[in-house]
Design a binder for this molecule. Structure first.
Ligand code: SF4
Length: 469
């Protein structure tokens, strides 16, 4: 979307629930924000009922991505980071049967209807949602209390219509924000800052973080995200059954793990067994994401398996040490911010190259630094990973974040590892810069037909029949 509010990992790594950051986490935050506006303006007691309209990609793949459910949870003032995933079904069932949303101070009528505008897209962004609230007087006359349009611009970030108008087309930070010691806008600027200060990319990022937060806050927030990533892998590896939805996709992480442990015990296998583990780590996270569990957007939910899988690979197979996760996340952040500022991390805007491609690029650069890469090699690794995701479309079958998304994360993690290794074999000198590949990704996304941008109107989504029952 072309702008960030901080040079911080908090711009990219959010804790939320699956299956989608733009279609689940973002709309839930928007709904909660809308309710908070009523509280701030002392309008909550007058609120009688609410209508919700979805536009563009939010309407087209909203059912499969659980957008309607996320909105009901957000209107109930639930937060994606703190919600208990086990309580979700109870809350939704209560709204369905009582036709009411319960709030601490009152209950609001809600007939559960969310309007899906399949043929309308709002100006500014394909992921639009409009909330309108009404009061009703003693004679039954209704009056609009508040109206607000939000856009879910990728990775769980939301902008109001007023905010997006100010940002559209802007590359740098919005006016008035605090500028940290290293306010790089491009990969070239980042490399120059590293060269002049003889710092690694993670060190540059840490100085930026310390401009906004205390050391303790940085450590605590990164540890929290790292813990959620690990829990997600571990939980995913022990789940069986089917993923939700009409595809009836079988969860395979547990079986995959059993086979790998078995092969390990029997000393069977060839040199590439490590890749199977990387696949397992990514599949575990993305099966959890598809099941609506708690995940870290990295930088999105759809692509949430790549960074945890690559980081776990490093920790388990490359002799990772405690604290290395911080370096990994900071370097990954620097790369991710370049995409967020200069292109997009939204599948609805630029296709899957903006989700899986960006996550793979972030992971490649971060792994490269931990394996001893110079800033130039890190930039090269990030570039290689994106170069070979260019043109990747977003065509989720039945609008679910399952096929091709789950396996695609495994592929993205493997590509990240290979990109880091290829870069480390060279001296960092290369023809296509990261800046150029980011520009190309953005232009490719602009040229891509809408049917390939999270609308489920093209690609696998229309060539695979799904039988609803
Ligand atoms: S195809 Fe890619 S961008 Fe689209 S929903 Fe799946 S992971 Fe997200």
């Amino acid at each position: 979307m072309g702008a960030i509010s901080k040079w911080s990992f908090l711009e990219l790594f959010h804790i939320g629930i699956g299956p989608s950051s733009s279609h689940t986490v973002g709309p839930m935050k928007a709904a909660k924000d809308f309710m908070e506006k009523h509280l701030q303006q002392a309008k909550i007691k007058k609120l009688s009922f609410i209508t919700v309209e979805l536009f563009g990609s939010l309407a087209l793949t909203g059912k499969g991505h659980g957008t309607d459910k996320a909105i009901l949870l957000g209107l109930s003032m639930e937060d994606p980071e703190t919600i208990n995933p086990n309580a979700i079904e109870t809350i939704l069932e209560h709204i369905k049967t009582s036709k009411k949303i319960e709030l601490p101070s009152c209950g609001i009528s809600f007939n559960g209807e969310i309007q899906f505008n399949f043929n309308r897209q709002l100006k500014h962004h394909p992921n639009g949602v409009k909330f309108t609230s009404y009061s009703t007087d003693s004679r039954g006359a209704k009056k609009i209390l508040l109206e607000q349009v939000y856009f879910s611009v990728g990775g769980g970030t939301i902008l109001t219509e007023e905010e997006i108008k100010k940002l559209n087309g802007r590359k740098g930070p919005p006016e008035g924000i605090k500028i940290p010691p290293y306010p790089f806008l491009t990969g070239d600027e980042l490399l120059r800052m590293c060269r002049e200060t003889k710092k690694k990319i993670s060190e540059v990022m840490m100085e930026n973080e310390l401009f906004y937060h205390s050391r303790e806050e940085v450590t605590t927030a990164i540890e929290k995200r790292y813990r959620v990533m690990q829990e997600c892998i571990n939980r995913g590896m022990n789940q069986e059954g089917q993923l939700p939805g009409p595809l009836k996709v079988k969860k395979r992480a547990k079986d995959l793990k059993r086979r790998l442990v078995d092969a390990l015990q029997n000393q069977r296998g060839e040199n590439l067994r490590t890749l199977d583990w990387v696949n397992l780590f990514a599949i575990s996270v993305n099966e959890e994401n598809a099941s609506g569990s708690k995940v870290v957007t990295a930088p999105t939910n759809g692509a949430s398996g790549i960074i945890p899988a690559t980081l776990r690979y490093y920790m388990e197979f490359c002799d990772g040490q405690p604290g290395d996760e911080e370096t990994f996340i900071l370097t990954a952040t620097a790369i991710g911010l370049l995409y967020k500022m200069n292109a997009s991390i939204s599948g609805a805007e630029v296709g899957c190259q903006g989700e899986v491609g960006v996550a793979s690029s972030m992971a490649a650069g971060a792994l490269c630094e931990l394996l001893g890469g110079t800033p130039l090699q890190v930039e090269n690794a990030a570039e290689i990973a994106m170069e070979h995701h260019l043109g990747l479309t977003c065509d989720p079958i039945a609008g679910l974040v399952q096929i091709p998304c789950i396996e695609r994360n495994a592929m993205g993690a493997v590509k990240a590892i290979n990109a880091a290794r290829m870069s480390l074999m060279g001296d960092g000198e290369h023809v296509v810069s990261l800046d150029k590949v980011i520009k190309t990704m953005k232009k490719t996304g602009d040229d891509m037909l809408n049917s390939y941008k999270e609308t489920s109107k093209g690609g696998l989504a229309i060539h695979v029949n799904v039988t609803e029952c």
